[in-house]
Design a binder for this molecule. Structure first.
Ligand code: GAR
Length: 196
């Protein structure tokens, strides 16, 4: 059975979608550990409620990424909990070399746009500002570039004339909660090859 490790910085609704999918027997796997770089992350509460080991690991001195020493601590925690696949679920830091070399092609992410459009922060707001008529969400393997690895699945969300950033993000998240568990399920069942 696939053991998953989840990294989350915030609300953790995608974590919840994975927890629920496992509980319902839809996703054949288990979550071995949840780690956050934010002590206030509600994701940590969700994990504890589900009986999953959950840790805040201090992110170190940099705002946008974990320095190598800190990445090492994250990796050690994941390895200790027998994690085979790392799922980034609203983890708001760039993944660097120490992480990638310890989990080669074993890290996936969910991003709130149709990549390669709108990488980076607040992708739903970028889409709204740009004026696109359709946006959506993407699951992808993580490589050394930001939001750039091999795509696993995408879902399309129309942009409505009276959308606000919040309403658009909410509808994108509904689709995220469908494609993230499905992506992990396909990987667990060997139906998707790990990204090269
Ligand atoms: C999600 O919309 C996810 O796609 C996004 O953060 C949100 C986390 O929500 N991730 C990124 O923007 C990564 N670049 P959640 O904490 O409720 O799962």
């Amino acid at each position: 059975m696939l053991t998953i490790g989840v990294l989350a910085s915030g609300q953790g609704t995608n974590l919840q979608a994975l927890i629920d999918a496992i509980k319902e027997g839809y996703l054949p796997g288990r979550i071995g550990v949840v780690i956050s770089d934010n002590p206030q992350a509600y994701a940590l509460e969700r994990a504890k409620k589900a009986g999953i080991p959950a840790f805040y690991l201090p992110p170190g001195p940099r705002k946008t990424y974990l320095v190598s020493e800190v990445e090492k601590q994250y990796v050690e925690c994941l390895v200790k909990h027998q994690v085979q696949l790392v799922c980034l679920a609203g983890f708001m830091r760039v993944i660097k070399r120490t992480f990638l070399s310890n989990f080669p092609n074993r890290i996936i992410n969910i991003h709130p746009s149709l990549l390669p459009a709108f990488p980076g922060l607040e992708a739903w707001k970028q889409a709204l500002d740009y004026g696109v008529k359709f946006t959506g969400c993407t699951t992808h393997f993580v490589n050394e570039y930001v939001d750039a690895g091999k795509i696993i699945l995408q879902a399309v969300v129309p942009v409505l004339p009276d959308d606000t950033p919040e309403s658009l993000h909410r509808r994108i998240q509904e689709k995220e909660h469908f494609i993230y568990p499905l992506s992990v399920k396909l990987i667990a069942q060997g139906q998707i090859k790990y990204g090269e």
